[in-house]
Design a protein around this ligand. Structure first.
Ligand SMILES: [Zn+2]
Length: 224
């Protein structure tokens, strides 16, 4: 059973790992994995034309290997103006809803605002896509708010730090709502799985199976 790395900027090309490479606007995937997500990230919104960015996004999601829209979201520490961040996020949300792809969300100090935007009604023909908050490293209270609303949380290298908020939250979150990732770290996803299994008191096989179940639920497909 393959390890699933939900979100990476540095795919390893390891055949034992199913990797989703996160591709920023106007960039191309490394080619080390056939699977990617494409999105408009709040860090990369300056000096871009959002209409062109939307066209780029629609071209990306039309490709076979594009499994999700993102990362995208809101970031109170980013330089881009707030209304621009909201516009970019709404473009991604709409494209995800129209194409039935899940959203991978980058969120910094804006959980309430992101949830509010996700809840904003779109046209009646569209249903809001599943959303995964990636790189989660917040305490139980934020986790609870997102989990109760039905969102998924993806945990990364922060799990390896003793006493990180991520490690605390990961211990108790519902098994059906978790994913694992390496993000932009130069770290083997297998180390994240080993630590995650230890925190939960599960075997590695139990953890792999659970992540596969969750993946099928959200993406409607299963890795080998
Ligand atoms: Zn990322």
């Amino acid at each position: 059973m393959q390890y699933i790395d939900l979100h990476t900027h540095r795919p390893a090309g390891d055949p034992e790992v199913f990797e989703i490479e996160s591709v920023f606007y106007d960039k191309v995937a490394s080619g080390k994995t056939p699977f990617f997500s494409a999105g408009l990230h709040p860090w990369h919104l300056q000096n871009i034309d959002l209409k062109e960015a939307e066209l780029w996004l629609r071209e990306q999601v039309a490709q076979d290997g594009c499994l999700a829209v993102g990362e995208t979201g809101l970031d109170k520490a980013a330089a881009a103006p707030w209304d621009r961040q909201i516009s970019a996020f709404q473009i991604c949300h709409r494209v995800a809803a129209e194409t039935g792809k899940p959203l991978i969300i980058h969120c910094v100090r804006a959980y309430g605002e992101v949830v509010q935007l996700l809840n904003r009604p779109m046209s009646p023909a569209l249903t809001t896509p599943p959303a995964i908050f990636h790189g989660f490293n917040k305490h139980q209270q934020t986790a609870r708010m997102l989990l109760d609303a039905g969102y998924f949380l993806s945990f990364g290298p922060a799990l390896l730090l003793a006493n990180s908020p991520a490690a605390g939250a990961f211990r108790t979150i519902p098994a059906a709502q978790l994913f694992l990732e390496t993000d932009d770290h130069n770290l083997d996803i297998k180390a994240v799985y080993a630590r995650a299994a230890e925190i939960r008191g599960w075997t590695l096989d139990q953890l792999l199976e659970q992540i596969h179940v969750n993946f099928r639920e959200v993406f409607g497909m299963v890795p080998a």
